[in-house]
Design a protein around this ligand. Sequence first.
Ligand code: ZN
Length: 453
Amino acid sequence: MFSISQEVISGSQLKSELTDHKAGALVIFEGMVRNHNQGLGVKSLEYQVYHELALKEGTKILQEARDKFNLHEVRAVHREGHLSLGDVAVWIGATASHRDDAFKATRFIIDEIKHRLPVWKKEHYLQAEAKWVFCKDHHHHVHFEEADFYKKQAIVVNQNKLKEARVLIVGLGGLGCPASVNLALAGVGKLRLVDYDRISFDNLHRQFLYRPNHVGELKSKIASIILKEMNPFIEVESIENFFHPQQLEEIDLVIDGTDNMKTKYQIHDACLKYRLPLVSAGLFKDHAQMRTLIPGNGCWRCLVHEVPQDALLGNCNDFGTTGAWVNTVGSLLSSEAIELLQKGKNSTSESVLHLNLKDFSSFKIKKAKNENCLYCQGDFQIEDSSYEVLSSSDSDLLDIRNLSDEQVFHSIKNRDKVVLCCHRGHRSLKLTQMLRAQGHETVYSLRGGVKTE
Ligand SMILES: [Zn+2]
């Protein structure tokens, strides 16, 4: 059995699990954290493990050992997280009828683990900055420096500015996949990913971070695992929920990769309120639109206050798109974000870009700024969506499609928690907002409605 442990490995406990009176030999290997490496004094180290793959590969290695050698029992544990000097990093125990099999199997397993397990090691030194160490095998320690990762890019960007940046990406779909990959690989120090949605099979054609075996999993969770694996030098945080203004805390720039107007305007309003720059794009078939909001420099509501209806723009799910188009626009989002982080402005901060993805024709429309815009002056309330829910038990649900407002008000009385649901979730949200304003704090709205068509 192979496992990964976040806790200190207890050799005696593991040994007791291998007690086997038929075995004539038990061989135990313990790899420990030592106090030096390549001439530097080491004080502690960190392991980052790509779980899914490590468990699969570790289990495979133990099976290969069983196939090769005549073993009774075999067990291996690899640590992850922060380890102190002397801590056991890898523990392997094998029992066999004869000592030769147990010795050889243990040696085989540790060598294979060193070769094949997707594990990143960071060493903390006494007198030098901590760095990631990549052990290709146990004979040749190959050190890769963080600076080497960005060597080619550092010619064209200020790497320190990217390292210090904290970027929030809302929506990990067709736009968010390329945008997040590019920013992760570019070395943006901290990425916060927000998406409540799960991976679906008919989105895989454009959302290239995900595989068929991820269907049903949460997008932001899987994306964060994969991005951390692609670049171990950055931090990636996953929030599996709707966008909420609280998520803007300790963020320098926001990328909007969502596909509906309501959320886009929620993000826009929150960025305006908290004075954060926002890069946003939308797609309708092969036509893309991209714009950057820099608070103080006009907003999307300067001329038209109302949120445009989705039906006027359409989205990828309803009108279709191809990965080649949407990934191009997602890449442009990341390019505009990098430019903004470097210089405080970019090519869409003054005007809105319209791009035809088939014939590459484009035009820009200069943004209009209304000096009397209440939104620009911060004189508005952000729409609160914290009382929307994605699912509900039958006992909480109140289908309001055939009920009048009065009937709904009457029905919710004396109920602890009630989730209103309608066709698409618009009317239920409106009623929820009204009821909340009247003090009914346990009323929720089912996001997206029941959509039976
Ligand atoms: Zn404005």
